[in-house]
Design a protein around this ligand. Structure first.
Ligand code: DAH
Length: 338
């Protein structure tokens, strides 16, 4: 058997194969266990010893060439199968590709931006303050004495051994920085992240968001405070809501209040207001003279009001979210709802 002629014939038959099945059959016939090449190898013992080696080499070379020819034919099949699939009726190359997932603004960012717009329109400046804050600004200058319970390491993350650096526990330190940097009268808000060392649960997280407000001017009174808060409520809930003040104690305001608003979600009591028709909106008050002084403002000449709005709480109220920890989870299933 002439190996060259055999190879030519094999190649012809391989290219004549029309489908994978036929190619498989041919492969078996040519290089299978009982195939052509196997038969060639089986002849070896019958040959004269000096011819055996050359015969074996030829048979193996033939096998190699057939393997390559079959592989090429198989590759041609799979690309033409792809081509057929592309042409099939259910494949439309003009259809738009699936959309990439799109992000959205976090609900905290949304409410922050809305409030910034609202307060800008009322002539407030928007301030930022450091999240790693000096004890002086976070406590001392805010009239929070060394023995005040809020100083307890339970509530505060300390950043150094000697306790001069803390993660700010509220946005109130920006009040002092604001006073140091400007001369009254002025109005500022300072939204941002705050930190507390506490056990987390559905209503407490170690990291949350607040927005501080501070207005300093001549003869600022509780009436101004209530007016500003009513505007705030209109901005948040889109309508006028009655408010009431209850006494509240914070070392940096005197008098200090808890401001409640009529529940925006019901008339006669619901789960949000816990059947009381009032919701706790924010703590606020008139700036304590010691705090004005700490900020370099003369309390004989100037007065002011301040408030501390819980942004995380507000977002929870607004969207009826029952667990504050969702706000920091980064779980897309939660976030994509906004
Ligand atoms: N800083 C207070 C807190 O985080 C909240 C607060 C209370 C802020 C009264 C104020 C205020 O500006 O007047 O608990």
């Amino acid at each position: 058997m002439d190996p060259e002629a055999t190879l030519d014939a094999a190649r012809e038959r391989i290219s004549a194969c029309e489908d994978t099945e036929a190619l498989k059959d041919l492969e078996r016939e040519l290089i299978g266990k009982k195939g052509l090449v196997a038969a060639m190898l089986a002849e070896i013992p019958k040959l004269a010893p000096e011819d055996r080696k050359a015969h074996g080499q030829k048979a193996n070379a033939l096998k190699q060439s057939i393997v390559v020819a079959i592989a090429n034919r198989a590759a041609a099949f799979s690309s033409s199968q792809l081509e057929t699939a592309r042409r099939a009726d259910d494949f439309d190359a003009t259809l738009p590709a699936p959309l990439a997932d799109r992000g959205s603004l976090h609900p905290i960012t949304q409410v922050t931006r809305e409030l910034e717009d609202l307060f800008l329109s009322m002539g407030y400046e928007i301030l930022d303050g450091p999240e790693v804050e000096l004890d002086h600004y976070n406590f001392e200058a805010l009239n929070i004495t060394k023995d005040h319970p809020a100083r307890d390491s339970q509530d505060t993350f300390y950043c150094d051994e000697i306790g001069t650096l803390v993660l700010r526990t509220h946005t109130s330190p920006v009040q002092i920085r604001a006073m140091e940097d400007r001369t009254p009268p002025f109005r500022v808000i300072a939204p941002g992240r705050v930190f507390r060392q506490e056990t987390t649960d559905a209503s407490h997280d170690h990291t949350f968001y607040q927005m501080e407000g501070l207005v300093v001017g001549k003869d600022i009174s509780v009436a101004h405070l209530i007016g500003a808060m009513k505007t705030l409520l209109r901005g948040i809930f889109g309508r006028d809501l009655d408010v009431r003040l209850r006494p509240g104690h914070f070392p940096f305001v005197e008098p200090g209040f808890e401001l409640d608003a009529r529940c925006p979600f019901c008339d006669s009591g619901c789960s949000v207001c816990k059947k009381t028709t009032w919701i706790e909106l924010l703590p606020c008050g008139l700036v304590h003279p010691n705090v004005l002084r700490a900020g370099g403002v003369d309390p004989e000449e100037w007065s002011g009001f301040a408030f501390g709005l819980g942004l995380s709480r507000l977002v929870m109220l607004r969207h009826n979210i029952d667990d504050v920890r969702h706000l920091l989870d980064g779980d897309v299933r939660f976030l994509e709802q906004f």
